[in-house]
Design a binder for this molecule. Structure first.
Ligand code: PBG
Length: 329
């Protein structure tokens, strides 16, 4: 790009001198339409349980979901993402609780769809909240078995669709699962159910607080590097997206968020498909810590979210969704 003119004829500070002109020339904006709020659900009654590793975020028992859903409705947040905290005795090697039509997630979807039909629901397709080893897939011959896992993920996706989930979100990073899930959904007449593929998900240290939130941290003895992406790689993310687009993904996710803005931009330049960014738990907790300890200003939240818009994301999954919705509404 050629930039015309030079100082002193050109003074870029002229377009920064007052708030009104900064507003007029601003290139990006963040609205409530850009936000997805993750919600953690748990068993039991009358529970709003703070998550220590994520200050300000709670786990809700079903009878308490209204306390947060009412706010989601009040601020018109378009979609929530549901994650279950499963008690230890329901976890096993195969994650069979994921296929129980009466499990926590199924009950949550039904309840929320009934009371809040206008709010979109997305659900993770992955086995990690349900497995005793904390992996997203099942282990066979000491490896996470791709094809055996896919068979279970397809069933998990179908059950979620049957319960009323609007957006099926495979976050497991198995190869070929998008195509298999799309085919299975169509075969059962769920043509209208979206697939938001966590197409580009890196093996990241920033997921720490989330794994604590869903109770998989203590079980997970190794890392997820044999299925989640290597953070040294960029081209590989284009291959991941290309495959998922071909297999039928409607939207692709890049995750984590801020350390991967280059990846979002690169996908934006190469594909014409909506991109969602996930500002993950570790990013949330770091920013929250900084604000609580007065190291950084609260405006850091907006600054971090605007970065996703600049990079080209259509929406951001963020634990700050309610907080920032209050600010910008
Ligand atoms: C599970 C899943 C993870 C997250 C969303 N879905 C964690 C993981 O892959 O270990 C992370 C979200 C966050 O850190 O906020 N497949």
């Amino acid at each position: 790009m050629k930039i015309a003119g030079k100082f002193p004829d050109i003074r870029l500070r002229r377009i920064r001198k007052k708030g009104w002109i900064r507003r007029l020339v601003s290139e990006n904006s963040l609205s409530i339409n850009d936000l997805v709020l993750p919600i953690f659900v748990r068993d039991g009654k009358n529970k709003v349980e703070p998550i220590k590793s994520m200050p300000g975020v709670n786990r809700y028992s079903l009878d308490k979901l209204d306390s947060i859903m009412r706010k989601v409705q009040k601020y018109s947040i378009p979609m929530i993402a549901l994650f279950p905290y499963i008690s230890k005795n329901k976890k096993n090697k195969l994650g069979t609780e994921a296929l129980n039509k009466n499990n926590l997630i199924c009950k949550s979807i039904k309840l929320i769809k009934k009371k809040y039909p206008k709010i979109g629901i997305m659900c993770d397709v992955a086995l990690d909240p349900y497995t005793s080893h904390g992996h997203d897939g099942i282990i066979f011959n000491n490896k996470i078995d791709n094809d055996k896992t896919n068979k279970i993920l397809v069933k998990q996706a179908l059950i979620q669709a049957e319960m009323g989930c609007d957006v099926i979100s495979p976050s497991d990073m198995m190869d070929g699962r998008i195509g298999e899930i799309r085919k299975a959904l169509d075969r059962k007449n769920f043509h209208d159910v979206c697939i938001l593929s966590y197409a580009v998900k890196y093996a990241s240290s920033f997921y720490g607080p989330f794994r604590d939130a869903v109770g998989s941290k203590i079980n997970l003895k190794s890392d997820k590097k044999t299925y989640q992406m290597d953070y040294r790689n960029s081209n590989e993310s284009l291959r991941e997206v290309a495959l998922d687009v071909k297999e039928g993904a409607d939207i692709v996710m890049v995750k984590p968020g801020l350390p991967y803005l280059d990846i979002i931009k690169n996908i934006k330049d190469n594909f014409k498909i909506p991109i969602f960014a996930y500002q993950v738990s570790g990013e949330y907790s770091l920013i929250k810590y900084g604000i609580r300890h007065k190291l950084i200003k609260e405006e850091a939240i907006l600054e971090s979210l605007m970065a996703f818009k600049r990079a080209g994301a259509s929406a951001v999954v963020t634990y700050f969704a309610l907080e920032i919705a209050k600010k910008i509404s």
